[in-house]
Design a binder for this molecule. Structure first.
Ligand SMILES: C[S@@+](CC[C@H](N)C(=O)[O-])C[C@H]1O[C@@H](n2cnc3c(N)ncnc32)[C@H](O)[C@@H]1O
Length: 256
């Protein structure tokens, strides 16, 4: 009888944003897989669940799985197959959890491994525990609604082809840029061509819900003068509508 492979969303950073269901699963799993982009780099997801794991009566086996961030599909596929075999071996003896930042179903390494396990080892039960995404966390931190009434919101990976960014922007009221959203200055001309204006609203949220969180809110036209430092953990929300009144009164006008 094979165990279950469980994808667990651990939220955007603040350990208090981990769901009760995720905590229960983390305390019960026999093995906890920790995805890493580099063997020597610490895992943010693991640091977020450290306290929960410390409260366990019997420690879990921590299994680090390395998934380098590359666009080499062939090599990536080889890694997923290898890692799926490791998961399958561990699942013979118990439940295997895989922690992922935010939600497992949104731009997560878990998805590829999940597909690979599903295809190759059909006897393994699969479960997914959702998490608070960086998208909703960034909206909360910047106090900007993602969508209201009939508004359309689109999520864009920042390395998308500029023509597709423009096409998507034409059909949306609000946009969320993920994966290296600190490149936002480069998208300004595209957004202006797509119907956004200098008075549209923009928020750039770095390391949201973590102690070092930085939130910038202002007019799209002012972004060029913002001092934006490079940080993979950044999300930008761009709204066609002008900056809301509460931000005009209390906002930071682009200062961190
Ligand atoms: C591979 S995606 C993972 C998304 C994740 N599964 C989610 O649900 O939020 C990584 C991107 O998520 C965003 N991200 C994740 N955590 C973040 C945080 N605490 N603050 C800002 N952005 C974050 C960044 O855009 C980052 O480049």
């Amino acid at each position: 009888m094979a165990g279950t492979f469980i994808g667990i969303g651990v939220g955007p950073g603040d350990p208090e944003l981990i769901t009760i269901k995720a905590v229960k699963a983390l305390k019960a799993a026999d093995v906890i897989c920790v995805p890493k982009s580099h063997a020597n780099r610490p895992s943010m997801a693991l640091s977020m669940v450290k306290q929960i794991l410390a409260e366990r009566e019997k420690p879990a086996e921590i299994l680090e799985l390395v998934f380098p961030m590359t666009k080499d599909d062939l090599n990536n596929r080889k890694l997923w197959v290898e890692n799926a075999a490791i998961v399958a071996e561990k699942a013979k003896k118990g439940n295997v959890a895989f922690i992922t930042l935010g939600d497992p179903m949104l731009y997560s390494t878990f998805l590829y491994l999940y597909e690979c396990v599903k295809e190759t080892y059909p006897k393994i039960e699969l479960e997914i525990i959702p998490g608070v995404t960086s998208v909703t966390a960034a909206a909360a931190s910047s106090k900007l609604p993602l969508a209201e009434k009939e508004e359309v919101v689109s999520i864009i990976p920042s390395d998308l082809d500029p023509a597709r960014i423009e096409e998507t922007a034409k059909h949306a009221d609000n946009l969320v840029f993920m994966k290296c959203a600190f490149h936002i200055k480069e998208f300004l001309p595209i957004l202006l061509k797509a119907g956004f204006t200098e008075n549209s609203t923009i928020a750039l949220v770095k390391r949201c819900t973590l102690p070092e969180e930085k939130v910038l809110v202002g007019k799209l036209g002012d972004v060029d003068s913002w001092d934006i430092t490079e940080d993979y953990f950044s999300v930008a929300i761009v709204k066609k509508s002008p900056v809301p009144i509460h931000w005009k009164q209390n906002g930071n006008g682009g200062k961190q």
